[in-house]
Design a protein. Structure first.
Length: 225
């Protein structure tokens, strides 16, 4: 069994904000698996089903972000699971919009939802999918930034990253974290700079009236004294 947690804040006020990337990504996972969030339990909305023969539970905690760990810990106790059986999807300001990273363990990295999960479960040993939202502008407020929405110019990259995050979750379930890291943690290759094309200098046209070489054009008898 695998249990997948998408982190976010519940309610229309927070819908599609940067801090709700976990909710948005798990919605895509649910759609691909044919699972609906039509039940409430353990301070969360959840849905369950089977994906390629494995039972999967998809969870959106309703505790608000900073207390996400309460719901996570309740689910683990309820199903007698460990943190090794779960995947957490969440936003990350250290990654640029349009990018994702996957990791099998690690610290909270300043993310309050992750701090809560680590505190409530007593473990950092769990798979996670991080979705980039970019850092706050210089001099800006972090809370306003994460609770704000993306600019239209970022929509295409953000939507693509949500689809990629869903791909990563499915890869983790199907093939394991090592395979997912090999696929989704690859940095795009930097394009090689093009070599400048040297322009050929046009050949100087010779004056048919003056066909002397530089040496021939010097008259030894004309040297000034």
């Amino acid at each position: 069994m695998k249990i997948i947690f998408g982190l976010g804040n519940y309610g229309d006020k927070y819908s599609h904000t940067r801090h709700n990337m976990g909710f948005d990504a798990i919605d895509i996972v649910a759609k691909r698996m044919g699972i609906s969030f039509d039940h409430e339990k353990n301070k969360s909305m959840y849905g369950q089903g089977f994906f390629e023969g494995m039972k999967v539970i998809l969870v959106k905690p309703l505790t608000y972000m900073n207390n996400s760990g309460e719901s996570v810990a309740m689910w683990l106790r309820d199903k007698m699971l460990t943190t090794e059986d779960m995947v957490v999807i969440y936003d990350d300001i250290s990654l640029e919009p349009g990018t994702i990273r996957v990791r099998p363990k690690g610290s909270a990295g300043g993310h309050n939802g992750m701090k809560s999960i680590i505190a409530c479960t007593g473990s950092q040993e769990f798979d996670r999918v991080r979705i980039g939202i970019g850092d706050k502008p210089e001099g800006g407020d972090l809370i306003e930034h994460v609770l704000g929405r993306f600019a239209p110019a970022d929509f295409e990259a953000v939507n693509k990253s949500l689809e990629t995050a869903a791909d990563a979750v499915i890869t983790i379930i199907r093939d394991g974290m090592d395979k997912a890291m090999n696929i989704y943690n690859q940095k795009p290759a930097k394009p090689k700079p093009e070599k400048p094309v040297k322009e050929k200098k046009p050949e100087e046209e010779k004056d048919p009236a003056n066909t002397q070489t530089p040496e021939e054009s010097v008259n030894p008898g004309s040297e000034e004294i």
